[in-house]
Design a binder for this molecule. Structure first.
Ligand code: SF4
Ligand code: SF4
Ligand code: SF4
Length: 431
């Protein structure tokens, strides 16, 4: 059995990803157990396997046996098929890489870093769940993670542009594609053209109302990057390079990442690391851009138009990992009449359960929906009728939770709520 498992390649990927600083974290756990209740998996199903420190111990076992002198004394666990399968269960099957355990750890251990190193090892050995790898492969082969053809993408944009013109009453309202030298290149999650075109139209309406100089790209338009989840940095870098190429080809000033947690974390924080240098352009979240429009009076909002109570989900990759906490709050306070925070929220938010590539891994669906019960309880407690989620991955998971836990909420992106509250400017040429 061991002959087919390429442990050397796996261990090299593990060491490369972990590096020295990460290795120190593996030996730092004092087994206080305080991280248990920070994890939505444990709260939903309190078995030892769901305790973050328990998952960390599986990774530490690998390290001790194969990367530290303790291995010579027989400590740790030898990496064989069974050990690899147990590790898959721990770091792919019971973790959304949300990072909540890390900020609640007594001694500040960066647990997701260790889990990512283990994922990298497993991916290098071909142990990555096949459906997750399939999404990475599709993005590499087709330029987007849903395999949407260039023709279908351009047709959808053209149809949405007509809808935008009808909605705004402005025949000059545009959704430009490949506009050279536009100030902003706007990138989207393929789920939008495929399943949620109205959310893309809402973003376009906000740009229109602000009079922005923006464009979409015919190629390099997909902001998602599942390389963040299989933890193969080479593949992740290749996917990011498509955005960099689009920016270079179009000569835009700022790359704006539509509403997506992991897409933002990938392009803004991880991308430069993967590609080994800084980008010659700015990378911003669409939330920061909309926040600026509101602050500068470039768009006007009427909160009376959104009178139902609204609560906000904080995507881990955007808020805890990405540092984008306030823009969406400032926007919603102006756009809706009754804004209700969840408890806890912000950097202490609970993951919806769909992160870390969970939505792509069919084998763990039951656990994913179960772990989402924590988020479902939070939503219910607010009494909100609209759940705002600035991440299309989260929206997918929250839509399933909506059905499973009978939350009875409408789920919207921030742009959709802003578009609802928008006081339309007078179209050019009208008095
Ligand atoms: S990163 Fe999130 S899902 Fe993973 S162990 Fe920590 S709290 Fe649990
Ligand atoms: S809180 Fe930190 S130190 Fe305590 S058990 Fe969890 S990982 Fe270990
Ligand atoms: S799916 Fe959403 S809430 Fe969950 S880890 Fe990703 S960004 Fe966080």
């Amino acid at each position: 059995m061991d002959a087919v498992l390429d442990t050397q390649t796996g261990l090299q990927a593990f060491r490369d990803k972990l590096q020295e600083a990460g290795a120190c974290h593996l030996e730092a756990c004092v087994r206080c157990g305080l991280c248990a209740e920070s994890c939505h998996y444990y709260l939903a199903d309190p078995v030892p396997e769901n305790i973050p420190a328990h998952k960390l111990a599986r990774v530490a076992d690998l390290y001790r046996r194969h990367c530290s002198p303790l291995g010579l004394l027989g400590l740790g666990r030898r990496l064989d098929e069974k050990a690899a399968d147990d590790l898959v269960d721990a770091v792919f099957g019971r973790c959304s890489l949300c990072g909540r355990c890390s900020i609640n750890c007594t001694v500040g251990i960066n647990l997701p870093r260790a889990f990512r190193a283990a994922r990298a090892a497993l991916t290098a050995m071909g142990k990555v769940p096949r459906d997750l790898q399939g999404i990475v492969d599709l993005a590499l082969a087709s330029g987007n993670n849903m395999g949407i053809t260039r023709e279908d993408w351009l047709e959808t944009v053209s149809w949405l542009e007509e809808e935008l013109q009808a909605e705004t009453g402005d025949p000059n309202a545009r959704m430009p594609v490949d506009k050279q030298g536009a100030r902003i290149l706007f990138t989207v999650n393929p789920r939008e053209p495929k399943f949620f075109p109205l959310s893309l139209q809402a973003s376009a309406k906000v740009f229109w109302a602000a009079g922005e100089d923006w464009t979409l790209a015919s190629e390099g338009w997909d902001l998602t990057n599942y390389g963040l989840f299989n933890c193969n940095d080479k593949e992740a870098g290749t996917i990011t390079q498509a955005l960099v190429d689009a920016m270079e080809r179009l000569g835009c000033e700022t790359l704006v990442i539509g509403e997506c947690g992991h897409g933002f974390a990938s392009a803004r924080w991880e991308g430069p690391e993967w590609l080994g240098g800084t980008f010659p352009f700015k990378v911003r979240s669409f939330l920061e851009v909309m926040d600026e429009y509101v602050a500068e009076g470039r768009i006007q909002l009427d909160p009376e138009r959104v009178s139902e109570p609204v609560t906000l989900h904080d995507p881990c990759n955007l808020v805890r990992h990405g540092g984008i906490r306030e823009p969406q709050r400032r926007i919603l306070r102006k756009a809706v009449k009754d804004f209700r925070e969840m408890a806890p929220c912000g950097t202490e938010n609970f993951c919806c359960g769909g992160g870390g590539g969970q939505l792509a891994m069919g084998a763990y669906k039951e656990r994913r929906i179960g772990s989402g019960s924590v988020k479902a309880r939070q939503v219910k407690a607010t009494g909100a009728r609209i759940l705002c989620a600035p991440c299309h991955n989260c929206i997918d998971q929250l839509s399933e939770l909506n059905k499973e836990y009978k939350l009875n909420v409408k789920i919207k992106s921030v742009a959709e709520i802003v578009a609802d509250a928008l006081v339309n400017p007078v179209p050019a040429g009208e008095p």
